[in-house]
Design a protein around this ligand. Structure first.
Ligand code: ADP
Ligand code: MG
Length: 378
């Protein structure tokens, strides 16, 4: 992973554009603590930022010419160009920057040309949302450079619009909201229906371990669509617009649905309640309770929603066997991917290494420890 910092992105800017940058900003990647498969049901999520960040350095350019260089992609020393106001999709990373300028202009913000350098240590395409980190960092850079009037929620929405309309990825707004409003000690409790949110700090002494299993199933997107459709069918059968509109009082009605709709709906209804309970546990400083909710969430994803796989269950079991672990669960869409564990902060590095080593021995797959950041500055 590359060394990403204020100094590193200044240096990259100067190397590419032969002067000092005017503005330097950054935005983080994210991990969802709890609240899985609730977003498309109008429910609650609780993402938190990770230490890895995407840094952007930017200065005024000529006329409406935009030039951008990412140290992570395009060979690292290739400058990509486009005209602000004449954005054309290219199916490459520059589309994330073009998507942002197009979304800003459509939102009636006055933009001119600029030069932009990018340096990130958020792993690309690992489910930690490097795309939202990039969008939010670019938006912050342009907001500062052109003095745009843009609050942090609108900024997140414009990042989502860029990714939906220009890049063509039908993502929800959770990732951009987390990149814009969370940090690596503060989770974002977000109601995905109303976009009401609250920043909730991780209790003192609590830490996170995030480990990627090295397993990704290629039927994941098909199964994801199936789950979404099952949720819609369950909501229709129960006569509500979305599963979000049900609570624990409705669980007997949920249980009367035919299998598997009963279990799918039970996951979503109980997961929404677990998010609410998790927020309460965090406010009360109750790491033990928060860990129990992580474990219950995993069991629900495994048995009711059926989005886990053997390797992920193994990682979760290995984490639960470690002293200092309060609870662990699959994070992200599932069918592979990563786990997140709530741990004693002081032991997080040791726990990450022990779980990853045991997993490698038992599964034969190569895990990656994403949090804690193993080699800061590397
Ligand atoms: P994720 O968001 O989970 O990391 P995505 O597929 O949504 O995965 O986004 C990854 C894409 O975002 C990359 O392929 C690239 O096009 C773009 N991207 C993210 N970070 C950078 C970066 N630092 N420099 C250039 N492009 C980036
Ligand atoms: Mg993404």
């Amino acid at each position: 992973m590359s060394n990403a910092s204020d100094a590193a992105v200044r240096e990259h800017f100067t190397r590419m554009f032969h002067r000092d940058p005017g503005v330097v900003v950054s935005a983080p990647g994210r991990v969802n603590l709890i609240g899985e498969h609730t977003d498309y049901n109008g429910g609650y999520v609780l993402p938190m930022a990770i230490p890895q960040r995407t840094w952007v350095a930017v200065s005024h350019g000529r006329d409406h010419q935009a030039r951008a260089a990412s140290r992570n992609l395009g060979g690292g020393d290739r400058i990509r160009e486009f005209t602000v106001g004449g954005e054309v999709p290219t199916k490459s990373w520059i589309d994330y920057v073009q998507g942002v300028t197009q979304a800003l202009r459509r939102d009636h913000h006055a933009l001119r040309g600029f030069d932009l350098a990018i340096v990130s240590d958020v792993p690309l395409g690992s489910g930690l949302s490097s795309s939202a980190a990039l969008e939010v960092a670019v938006l912050r850079g342009l907001r500062d450079l052109f003095g745009l009037e843009l609050d942090d929620v609108r900024l997140a929405q414009l990042g989502q619009i860029a990714e939906n309309d220009f890049v063509g990825a039908p993502v929800g707004v959770m990732d951009q909201m987390a990149a814009s409003l969370a940090d690596d000690r503060t989770a974002l409790f977000l109601d995905t229906r109303t976009l009401r949110y609250e920043q909730v700090p991780l209790p003192p002494g609590g830490g996170l371990v995030v480990i990627n299993s090295g397993v990704a199933h290629n039927h994941a997107s098909g199964d994801y669509r199936t789950r979404r459709a099952e949720c819609e069918r369950a909501a229709a059968a129960l006569g509500v617009p979305q599963l979000r509109d049900l609570g624990s009082a409705d669980l007997p009605r949920v249980a009367a649905l035919p299998d598997p709709l009963d279990r799918r709906a039970r996951h979503v209804v109980t997961e929404d309640e677990r998010v609410l309970e998790s927020v309460a546990a965090m406010k009360a400083g109750d790491l033990r309770r928060l860990g129990e909710l992580f474990a219950a969430s995993h069991a629900s994803q495994r048995d009711d929603f059926e989005v886990s796989v053997r390797e992920i269950d193994l990682l979760v079991d290995l984490a639960h066997a470690e002293p200092g672990v309060f609870g662990a669960r699959l994070t992200g869409g599932g069918f592979g991917g990563s786990i997140v564990a709530l741990v004693e902060a002081a032991a997080s590095a040791v726990i990450g290494e022990r779980v990853a080593r045991a997993y490698q021995e038992r599964s034969g797959h190569t895990p990656t420890i994403l949090v804690p950041q193993t080699h800061p500055g590397m």
